[in-house]
Design a protein. Sequence first.
Length: 244
Amino acid sequence: MDVTLTEVFISEVIGTGILLLLGAGVVANVILPGTKGFNGGWIVITFGWGLGVFAGVYAAWQSGAHLNPAVTFGLLANGAEEYAPGVAVNLSSTMVYLAGELVGAFLGAVLAYLAYKKHFDEDADAATKLGVFATGPAIRSYGWNFMTELLGTFVLVYVIIQFGNTPSELGPLAVAMLVVGIGLSLGGPTGYAINPARDLGPRIAHALLPIKGKGSSDWGYSWVPVLGPIAGGVLAGLLAAAIG
């Protein structure tokens, strides 16, 4: 059955919203003082994000569950003819996917804030509160941080494209485990955005929400988790097209 652009937008908003609700939620649970999951550690965070992807992909099945502008740009660079049944790859459809992903990420972050509102009201430092919403580097070096995001997203998009070429057409669980693997292996330097909407939408939410003692939204770094993943996604799409 063909999908309309309205259905694409709603699907991407819901799927990306669920991804961010669960992803930002697991970060909040681990790093905000006083939660039941406080100090749960990096492995809890990586699996939480992976399971957030798992849920988001199922929720956004109708649109093909991009949930990530890097995936959208990767499919565009790969020469795909359709994003979903009846949805031709063109400027209009691309913009609908990007808008749905960004809006969904923003709304998911707002919902995660509401879920942990009383913990945000406690005396965690400003950087910790920002860390629930947006990524930040362990060592700030914009060029190298960009490279880390590029590499992580390249792996994500290239392998997702290859999943579609497998006889079994590996589904949401495979993508979820791929995200966990990237987080465990390449997530340390930057917190692995590997998704422009995942970082930008929640960063905007952080800037707008009345979070007690929130501090700066660190806009000086914000271009890295946007442009790095886009570059990685495009390169993955181009390489997959060249090889395939």
